[in-house]
Write a protein that binds this ligand. Structure first.
Ligand code: PDD
Length: 279
């Protein structure tokens, strides 16, 4: 596997960064995950815009022009045999020999990117869906930034696993649904698709955006509004969306069946439209 690191393409086993990298010491960096379908980078502009937003919000220098980013990512895709892939890229603030919360001026960002084979969603999940538990959202107040600092997400994923679930849906202390540990949330109620509006509490997911535009094209009723824990509990369908999973049907919530315990019919429609949309 060939990776990109600070200007070079090299085998993953030979790629090394400094122990003084601020990404390593402080989690001081941002990232993106971008799907590639049939060797085409999916929604490149939208992912790049979100990366630029994350860099700007954290005052990390954007090291490249849009064309340079595209060239690096296209190069990575071309160097690997898989038709469907997902690109991971991360930019940290850079290496600083003296550990200090305050970043030194003029650091050079560390840029790392690599690609993986993207597997289709497993047949078992398409047929049976996934089990999810609700957990308190223990994250910070800038979840709109795609920060590499993922300790709360990891802890919540572990807590979900410990309860025998595949994932968690995060709920604020006020009882408002935010998102999954690495995905956005949708519910279906009486035929209407509902997803929380973008805010500092969630990541503005690109898959979420794609699902919204498909729903609009197909005249499927869709609204953006806050979802309460009660509404989540009484939803006809629940989905989680992300770049690596598309839209996943949730068929069990906190040990109780969602709908009839099978992936819902609105999800099935969206799944079909999504496959067409990817081509
Ligand atoms: N995560 N919310 C969170 C907290 C996420 O980490 C992600 C994606 C999403 C969905 O965003 P998108 O549709 O743009 O992938 C929402 C990626 C896949 C990850 O961390 O691996």
């Amino acid at each position: 596997q060939i990776v990109y690191l600070n200007g070079s393409f090299l085998p993953m086993a030979e790629s090394q960064i400094s122990t003084q990298d601020r990404g390593f010491l402080f989690g001081d960096g941002v990232y993106e995950v971008i799907p590639v379908y049939q060797r085409n980078i999916f929604r490149f502009e939208e992912h790049l815009q979100r990366l630029k937003n994350s860099l700007q919000a954290t005052s990390i220098v954007n090291p490249f022009s849009d064309d340079e980013w595209l060239e690096i990512l296209e190069n990575l895709v071309a160097k690997h045999p898989w038709n469907d892939q997902y690109l991971y890229l991360q930019v940290t603030r850079g290496v600083q020999m003296q550990r200090d919360h305050l970043p030194a001026d003029c650091l050079t960002p560390t840029v790392y990117a690599y690609t993986n084979p993207l597997k289709p969603v497993a047949q078992n999940i398409i047929e049976n869906g996934i089990k999810v538990v609700t957990l308190e959202d223990i994250r910070w107040l800038r979840c709109d930034i795609k920060a590499i600092t993922l300790l709360p997400n990891v802890m919540m994923k572990l807590a979900a696993k410990a309860q025998g679930a595949d994932d968690a849906i995060l709920v604020s202390r006020e009882g408002v649904v935010s998102e999954g540990t690495a995905s956005n949330t949708f519910i279906v109620k009486d035929g209407t698709l509902i997803t929380p509006p973008n805010s500092h509490s969630i990541l503005p997911g690109i898959t979420r955006m794609v699902i919204e535009s498909i729903a609009e094209q197909q005249n499927m009723p869709i609204v953006e509004k806050q979802i309460s824990l009660e509404e989540l509990n009484s939803a006809d369908e629940i989905w989680l969306s992300s770049s690596t999973k598309e839209a996943l049907p949730v068929t069990q919530l906190d040990g109780k069946m969602v709908g009839d315990g099978k992936p819902g019919k609105v999800w099935l429609q969206m799944h079909k439209f999504f496959q067409e949309h990817k081509q």
